[in-house]
Design a protein around this ligand. Structure first.
Ligand code: NAP
Length: 243
C-alpha cells in the first residue's frame, strides 16, 4: 500500500480523499488543523491538530511511513504549505500542492487588488461586507470610519471593529441570497481574500450586478520548494496514480 497524507481543510481536499479512498493500493489519511468547531470531515481516516512545525510534520511522515504528501490546504494557509515543503524535502517524501485557481475579474467588476489584509483595511469607509475568515477580522479592528457586516463560520476572536454585525454562516452561498444580503445591509464595499472556488464566488457576482466595488486580497506565494502544483482534484488524482 502507498500511504498518502492529505493536508486539508478545503472542499478539494475532501473530494480528493473521497476519490483516492476508492483507488486500490492507496491508503489515505487526511489532516485538519482543528480551527473550525464543527468541521465537515473528509471520508476515511482523519487526524486533527497541528504537527508542531515543519520538524513535527517530518517526524509524523517518518513515524507513519507516509509515501506521498498532498498539500491541499487553503490558498492562504501559507505557513502550513511552507512546513509541507520543508518537511517533505527533509523526509524525502514526494510533495504535490493542490491549489484551486484564484478568481478573475469579469466585465462590470470594480476590483482593487491589495497585497495584504492591513492594506485592505487602510482607508476603508462606508458599509463594508467583510468575508476574510474568522482569523482575518482583527486586521480591521482599528478601522474607525466604517461599519462592518462580518461573515464567518465561527465567531471571530477579539479585537473586532467597534461598529459591526456578525453573521455566522458556512458556504456554499446562492447568488439570490447574496444579492439580498448586500441590498438589505446597504453594502458599499465588499472585502474578500482571493480564495477562489465556486462555493463563495456568488458574492462577487452579486457585487458586480449591484455595482458594488470589491477589495481583493492577493494570495501569498507558494513555497519555493519546486514541488509540482495542480489546480484540480482530477489532476491531483492523476499525480497519485502516476507515483
Ligand atoms: P496556516 O496559518 O498556514 O498554519 C498555521 C498552523 O496551523 C500550521 O503551522 C499547523 O500547525 C496548523 N495547520 C494548518 N493546516 C493544517 C492541517 N491541514 N493539518 C494540521 N495542522 C495544520 O493555516 P491557517 O491559515 O490557520 O489555516 C488552518 C486550516 O484552515 C488549514 O487546514 C486550511 O486549509 C484551512 N482554511 C484556511 C483558510 C484561510 O483563509 N487561511 C480558509 C479556509 C480553510 P503546526 O505548525 O503545529 O503543524
Amino acid at each position: 500500500m502507498t500511504r498518502v497524507l492529505i493536508l486539508g481543510g478545503t472542499a478539494e481536499a475532501r473530494s480528493l480523499a473521497r476519490l483516492a479512498a476508492g483507488e486500490r493500493g492507496l491508503d489515505i489519511v487526511s489532516s485538519l488543523a482543528g480551527r473550525v468547531r464543527a468541521p465537515v470531515l473528509p471520508e476515511g481516516e482523519v487526524r486533527v491538530g497541528g504537527f508542531g512545525g515543519a520538524e513535527g510534520l517530518r517526524e509524523y511522515l517518518r513515524d507513519n511511513a507516509i509515501d506521498l504528501l498532498v498539500d491541499a490546504t487553503h490558498p492562504f494557509a501559507a505557513v502550513m504549505s511552507a512546513h509541507a515543503a520543508a518537511a517533505a524535502a527533509a523526509a524525502g517524501v514526494a510533495l504535490l500542492h493542490l491549489r484551486r485557481p484564484g478568481w478573475v475579474a469579469a466585465q462590470g467588476d470594480s476590483w482593487t487588488r491589495v497585497p495584504s489584509l492591513p492594506a485592505a483595511a487602510a482607508g476603508l469607509r462606508g458599509r463594508v461586507f467583510l468575508t476574510v475568515g474568522r482569523q482575518g477580522v482583527a486586521a480591521f479592528a482599528g478601522v474607525a470610519g466604517a461599519w462592518f457586516l462580518i461573515r464567518a463560520i465561527d465567531p471571530p476572536d477579539p479585537p473586532l471593529p467597534a461598529a459591526r454585525e456578525i453573521l455566522l454562516a458556512r458556504g456554499p452561498f446562492a447568488l439570490a441570497d447574496e444579492i439580498s444580503l448586500l441590498r438589505e445591509h446597504r453594502i458599499d464595499v465588499l472585502v474578500t481574500k482571493d480564495s477562489g472556488g465556486p462555493d463563495t464566488e456568488a458574492k462577487l457576482i452579486a457585487a458586480r450586478e449591484l455595482g458594488v466595488p470589491v477589495i481583493v486580497v492577493d494570495r501569498p506565494p507558494l513555497p519555493a520548494g519546486g514541488a509540482p502544483v495542480v489546480t484540480t482534484v482530477d489532476d491531483a488524482m492523476a499525480w497519485l496514480r502516476g507515483r
